[in-house]
Design a protein around this ligand. Structure first.
Ligand SMILES: O=C(O)CCC(=O)C(=O)O
Ligand SMILES: [Fe+2]
Length: 504
């Protein structure tokens, strides 16, 4: 089935599905309403004076006019009313709704979107109380999370053994006033808050015990907490929960924060907290190829060693539209739960498509990359397009494939990926490219292109090229990526001996 959450391209389809569902349900409700109306009208025709005493009843059936009507009604009208009552109305709509259910997001999609939300909150150190109120990245949206939304977040974090995070989201849910009609909602969807106060208390105790009793196993901790909660009387539990809920948001929030020891360079980069670079310049590049004499490219230095540059305005809006037209059938995507290799943890959440054929578009882009870098691309003209999902990211990684087991020559005979070129094809919030070792954050800007080296001049891996992509906060992240293989560059790339490395 389709994985919606791996990209914005997939997510947009859900709107259409929901619209159709709502339409069918409306028609269904209208049909039911009509039936109800008819029933009520017929009920009216059956009204007659109440006959209380035996005497009154006898009088009634002694009147031939009344008896005649009574018999005819029961004989001729009743069966038809029975048919009306039993009539299934809206069967067509019911069927259509059932069919739409098959297109509903799967559990994988649900898990992926929960992970995405979690990732946005934790990576950027956002305040979950703000998120629940619709305040994201300093922008107030006209949408708040419902109690059930908040509880889903809490349960997800609990499932991930993030007891502090679950504690906060349970508290948000419990502090919320119930929505109007909550009684009806609960009848249909189940009691939203059933058992939630106890779960909230459980998170608190679980978190404390995990921290205070590091020698206990996961299972032992859970068993002990179960015991504590079982033996607690309800008044004491109520008191405990009420005390906690009276704390202010900042106290509760502190429980859900990512532990200091777990804040990585990727997080710091995404939060834009690396020290700012100085002594870097911008200039026109008019020398890499003769064509640049006519049309120099705007170059911004990002880092000098290893060399990283950003070219400005090197892919136009209309080229980006053309790129999107070539990618209508993107693969279902990579995600935390549906990656190419199930045994690996989440690495990237995005849909991708290789542009393999040497179309005019691909050739034009390759020529541009040659202008930017001077590299030879004839041996491997393919480009890769990616569209990320909400909260989608790319874990810190290296673009080179050389490992102890994979030798350079094995990479399609092209050598390793000596440089990478990423074209940013949309504007968005979040989604920066972070160089975790170099402590650099590069914000995507539509039309720009980032170029960096993954290998030293002697073609050995340069671990300083380790990079990641921050979660998208809002927007649709489109990129076009080109990996430049080293062997075809033998005569194109200036080669210097690597400075001697300190030996261990
Ligand atoms: O999208 C980006 O900014 C970088 C993508 C990337 O690192 C990759 O595809 O290998
Ligand atoms: Fe990469």
């Amino acid at each position: 089935s389709e994985m919606y959450t791996s990209s914005v391209l997939g997510l947009v389809k859900l709107l259409d599905i929901e619209n159709k569902f709502v339409l069918h349900m409306k028609e269904y409700a209208e049909a039911q309403e009509q039936k109800l109306e008819t029933l009520k009208i017929y009920l009216k025709t059956l009204e007659r004076v109440a006959l209380k005493s035996k005497k009154e009843q006898n009088e009634f059936v002694s009147n031939p006019l009344q008896v005649f009507s009574l018999i005819r009604r029961l004989r001729e009208d009743w069966p038809k009313l029975q048919v009306l009552t039993k009539a299934e109305v809206g069967a067509e709509q019911l069927q259509a709704m059932t069919e739409l259910l098959d297109l509903a997001p799967t559990k994988e999609d649900m898990d992926e979107t929960l992970e995405g939300m979690d990732r946005i909150e934790v990576t950027y150190d956002f305040n979950p109380f703000d998120i629940a109120k619709g305040l994201l990245n300093g922008q107030q949206f006209n949408h708040t999370l419902s109690i059930r939304d908040c509880l889903a977040m809490a349960r997800h974090k609990y499932g991930n053994k993030n007891y502090g995070g679950a504690f906060v989201w349970y508290s948000i849910a419990l502090k919320r006033e119930r929505e109007p009609n909550s009684f009806t909602y609960d009848k249909v969807l189940g009691g939203a808050l059933d058992g939630v106060r106890e779960q909230f208390a459980r998170m608190r105790i679980l978190k404390d015990m995990t921290e205070n009793e590091p020698l206990l196993s996961e299972k032992q901790v859970r068993e002990r907490v179960d015991k504590i909660l079982k033996s607690a009387n309800s008044t004491a539990l109520d008191y405990f929960v009420n005390e906690l809920l009276e704390q202010d948001d900042s106290y509760l929030m502190a429980e859900g924060k990512l532990e200091k020891s777990k804040v990585t360079s990727h997080h710091v980069g995404c939060r834009d907290q690396f020290p700012k670079r100085t002594h870097l310049t911008c200039r026109y590049n008019s020398t890499t190829t003769p064509f640049l004499k006519l049309a120099p490219l705007k170059l911004e230095e990002i880092n000098l060693d290893p060399y990283i540059v950003m070219y400005h305005n090197v892919i136009s809006d209309s080229e980006i539209e053309e790129m999107k037209r070539q990618t209508v059938n993107m693969s279902n995507g990579l995600s935390a739960f549906a990656s190419w290799n199930q045994s690996q943890p989440a690495r990237v959440v995005a849909r991708v498509k290789w542009l393999m054929n040497p179309t005019p578009f691909v050739e034009r882009l390759n020529n541009r990359i040659t202008d930017m870098t001077g590299f030879q691309l004839q041996e491997f003209p393919s480009l890769l397009v990616a569209n990320y999902g909400i909260g989608a990211f790319f874990q810190p990684h290296y673009d080179y494939v050389t490992t102890d087991r994979v030798r350079v020559e094995d990479n399609y005979g092209l050598g390793d990926r000596s440089a990478s070129v990423v074209f940013y094809a949309s504007n968005l919030e979040g989604g920066s490219t972070v160089f975790t070792e170099l402590q650099l954050t590069v914000r995507p800007q539509k039309g720009n292109s980032l170029v960096w080296y993954n290998l030293f001049d002697d073609d050995t891996p340069d671990p300083r090229s380790r990079h990641s992509v921050c979660p998208t906060i809002t927007g649709s992240r489109w990129i076009l990526i080109k990996w430049i293989h080293s062997l075809p560059q033998t005569f194109a790339k200036p080669c210097q001996a690597r400075p001697a490395q300190p030996t261990k």
